[in-house]
Design a protein around this ligand. Structure first.
Ligand SMILES: [Zn+2]
Ligand SMILES: [Zn+2]
Length: 308
């Protein structure tokens, strides 16, 4: 085997192995005291693994994100540590609690997890319901103008990196990442089914921003939104025949395959990657977190504080 082929085959093994290991560690440490004592531990540990992979396996079309380090760090701290707690606990939980109260006169859609059938069926249902919810919300975020305004800050990034995984306006981020698990919890699924199924999709969705020059392999690329799949979602040029974007799945790619929004060209067994990533309308990546947070680009001019 030539050195080039050896490197290529290693690269096909490393990504699935890292994904599996991080997922296994998450399940293994679930409910343990040290994990709940350190806020955001699993998110930061996952980003750490992705960061190391990026240092070892360089992506040949990579674009440095160093000038955006402060924006990336601010957005990551906000969305990992604050967004879920504030919007999840103060907005989505009361809302999701209130809806079944007025619809059915009770606080859970189903009284006990047993109402939802055997454990294996709940695992499957959580995978399907959770991934469909996130796919739909994400697709709608590309269609409704106001939601696109919020979401398009995530599309300013010019390369996928661990550092910009959490670059999103908090409201945009929470609609895709906080609202679905809150709703899932109140449907009444067995909590362990949520940990195992939703945990897999969450690990995959975080890894979808790994900027390492690695191949995920045909099986992962079929079922999951790997970096090779997610780069096309961030392509500056929307692939021909598609309207807003492609690959809307968050974690799971199966709904894109069902609804015809999946796109990943393959040549000689290797996925082709887009030439350039960035906002499809050409907006530059917003490097100032303050401006991202206050939706600067969309503020009427007279409301914007003078720059200087
Ligand atoms: Zn998007
Ligand atoms: Zn992304």
């Amino acid at each position: 085997m030539t050195t080039k082929k050896k490197i290529l085959s290693i690269s096909f093994i490393v990504f699935p192995a890292a994904l599996f290991l991080v997922y296994w560690a998450k399940i293994y440490t679930n409910g343990q005291e040290f994990r709940s004592a350190i806020p955001g531990l699993t998110a930061f540990a996952t980003l750490g693994v992705m960061f190391i992979l990026e240092r070892i396996f360089h992506y040949k079309k990579g674009v440095s994100q160093k000038p955006l380090a402060l924006r990336d760090l601010s957005s990551t701290l906000m969305n990992v540590l604050v967004t879920g707690k504030v919007l999840g606990a103060m907005v989505y939980t009361p809302l999701v609690l209130f809806l079944p109260e007025i619809m059915f006169g009770r606080s859970l859609f189903f009284a006990t997890p047993a109402d939802l059938g055997p454990f294996w069926l709940q695992l499957f249902l959580v995978l399907m319901v959770y991934s469909f919810f996130r796919y739909s919300v994400h697709r709608i975020q590309h269609i409704i103008p106001f939601l696109w305004e919020l979401h398009s800050y995530h599309h300013g990034v010019t390369d996928l990196k661990a550092s910009n995984t959490y670059v999103s306006h908090p409201v945009d981020f929470s609609l895709r990442n906080v609202l679905p698990p809150v709703a899932l919890g109140f449907i009444g699924f067995d909590p362990m089914a949520i940990v195992i199924s939703a945990g897999l999709l969450n690990t995959a969705s975080t890894f979808s921003h790994c900027g390492a020059g690695l191949h995920a392999g045909p099986i992962l690329n079929y079922f999951f939104v790997t970096p090779e799949v997610h780069r096309w979602h961030h392509s500056a040029k929307v692939p021909e025949g598609h309207k807003f974007s492609v690959n809307y799945g968050v974690g799971f790619a199966i709904w894109d395959r069902i609804f015809g929004t999946f796109y990943l060209p393959v040549e000689d067994g290797i996925p082709v990657q887009p030439d350039r990533l960035g906002h499809p309308s050409g907006y530059k990546d917003e490097g100032n977190y303050f401006k991202l947070f206050f939706l600067w680009r969309y503020m009427p001019k007279f409301m914007r504080p003078k720059e200087g």
